[in-house]
Design a protein around this ligand. Structure first.
Ligand code: GAP
Length: 515
């Protein structure tokens, strides 16, 4: 198999070639970090969103849905802290005129040192063979120790500069590390300055400062400002949750890794409102619950890991990321945060409206604490798509590209294929299609040899190919070919619906899964 960078390029090319993802405005040469979802991409994305939505609102009686507007009162973003603190530190190279995130330049520098450590480990592992103990090697080898201490030193300096908001210290660090611009190769840097990630626009016809509004950088604030509306009209009792999916916008400076970091993307967020003092129990609950959701899709557990935050944001008292092993390494897929009552208290203060909940069980009013689960829909798409892409060498030496998506997420659940374009087979195939199309997204194909048609379905991840042949006309049975095993079995047409429904159910990993 190709190395990871090559593999990632192939995945991006496959996404385009098979109608999953196109660069936005491609005929005008595209736009960085903005993408369009094609005919199969939109189906896969809808299926992921719908599975998340069901898991939240349908399988939990105490979670309600919401669809709040993208535009919100500008004071929302003042209260949430986004106007003052939703910033990235930026630096420009004066020669190439390229702009970089200062933190990313430093992170990349650290990654290079980590690469050196990995090379030392690889070399030593070859030299010592089976007797090699990597733990002992990294804790004793002088060169590795030197690299490790360098990384610690850089990380500590960087963290302290960020904490103090000391932009001059960040620039000094970039200079001391002799980081050069990857384009010009020079160290001719501007000062570091803060850059707010929110997109702004004007509302109304008169352009005045007070008319500035923002495209929401997260969906969560729409939930916070509506929490009492939902609680009262839905007569919700704490603990309860509100779930929402929708677009979010961030003026990301470093646009790379395909749909991993986009300027326009979609989030699936849920805020769970709890009694103060019970939040850490609920944090633990949601941490486990969310991991179960991921594993219920059947993806190998080793692809996921938790990354608990040691340094917490000032408003959080616990936080973890669910990381996924993307082709470029383990990266954040979802965040789970115990956000205390920070957001609701801020909105209470800025709006002047009471946001308290009266708890009849304890006869007390309070501002609830909140556990947030927040996952990027596009990132989940990339996780599923990149993990599914597989080049498989068959017994006859040929290579097939198969997209082994979780069956329930596959854009098309079955292809209906008349073996030949005559003898009544197309008509019979259409009849089967009509019977199943209310339940499943199907595709009908009669062009090309059957083997070629199977390959096309493999490439878009269709779990089942249903072939109508001459025997079908005699006994009303069809062959069903399964995507991953390529095994075929003969089934009565009347059993197809049940068979496919059974095949696309979530893979339950744990008996405690409440779905
Ligand atoms: N309300 C909390 C919040 O927005 P976040 O960590 O900034 O937290 C949550 O974002 C999730 O949204 C991330 O885990 C990621 O999956 C997704 N996300 C964030 N920025 C993104 C971007 N620029 N492109 C794609 N997905 C993004």
């Amino acid at each position: 198999m190709a190395n990871n960078e090559e593999l990632f390029k192939k995945i991006i090319a496959h996404a385009k070639e098979y109608g999953f993802i196109f660069p936005s405005s491609e005929i005008y040469d595209g736009m960085a970090a903005v993408y369009d979802y094609g005919q199969w991409g939109v189906e896969l994305k809808n299926n992921i969103r719908s599975y998340w939505w069901k898991a939240m609102t349908q399988w939990h009686e105490n979670i309600a849905g919401l669809d709040s507007a993208i535009f919100m009162h500008p004071a929302v973003w003042k209260a949430s802290g986004h106007v003052d603190a939703f910033n990235d530190p930026l630096i420009d190279n004066k020669d190439s005129k390229k702009r970089y995130r200062a933190d990313v330049l430093i992170e990349d520098h650290i990654a290079k040192i980590e690469d050196k450590i990995n090379k030392e480990i690889e070399k030593a592992s070859k030299r010592f063979g089976e007797a090699f103990d990597p733990q002992q090697f990294v804790s004793t080898n002088p060169r590795v120790l030197e690299y490790t201490s360098k990384i610690k030193d850089i990380s500590a300096k960087y963290a302290s500069a960020m904490q103090e908001n000391d932009l001059a210290a960040i620039k000094r660090l970039i200079e001391d590390l002799e980081i050069v611009c990857p384009i010009s190769g020079t160290r001719n840097w501007t000062d570091v300055r803060q850059f707010n990630l929110m997109f702004s626009t004007k509302i109304g016809s008169v352009s005045e400062e007070s008319d500035i509004i923002y495209l929401r950088p997260e969906t969560a604030q729409g939930i916070f400002v509506n929490y009492l509306n939902v609680q009262k009209t839905g007569r919700m009792k704490i603990p309860f949750g509100i779930a929402q999916t929708g677009k979010a916008f961030r003026n990301e400076i470093v646009a790379r890794q395909f749909i991993f970091r986009m300027r326009e993307f979609e989030q699936m967020e849920m805020q769970f409102f709890v009694r103060p003092g019970e939040e850490l129990e609920w944090f633990k609950y949601w941490k486990e619950e969310r991991m179960k959701w991921h594993l219920s899709l059947g993806t190998a557990p080793e692809k996921y890991r938790f990354h608990d935050h040691e340094k917490l944001a000032h408003y959080a008292n616990a936080a973890t990321d669910i990381e996924f092993e993307f082709p470029f390494g383990y990266k954040e897929l979802e965040g789970i945060h115990s956000r205390t009552d920070f957001d609701l208290q801020r909105h209470q203060k800025f709006s002047g409206k009471k946001l308290q909940y009266f708890d009849p069980e304890i006869n007390e009013s309070y501002v609830p604490y909140v556990i947030e689960t927040s996952i990027g829909l596009d990132r989940m798409f990339l996780a599923m798509f990149s993990n599914a892409y597989c080049e498989q060498t068959l017994d006859d030496g040929s290579v097939r590209v198969v997209l082994g998506l979780p069956r329930m997420l596959a854009p098309v659940k079955a292809a209906i294929l008349p073996l030949v374009k005559k003898d009544g087979m197309p008509e019979k195939a259409r009849e089967i299609m009509d019977m199943l199309k209310y339940e499943f997204n199907l595709i009908y194909e009669e062009k090309d040899a059957i083997g070629k048609r199977y390959r096309r379905q493999d490439a878009i991840g269709t779990p089942y190919c249903i072939t109508v042949d001459s025997q079908t006309l005699e006994d009303n049975t069809v062959t069903v070919r399964e995507r991953d095993t390529m095994q075929q079995e003969r089934l009565p047409v009347a059993n197809l619906e049940k068979y496919i429904l059974e095949g696309i159910k979530p893979v339950l990993q744990s008996p405690s899964l409440k779905f």
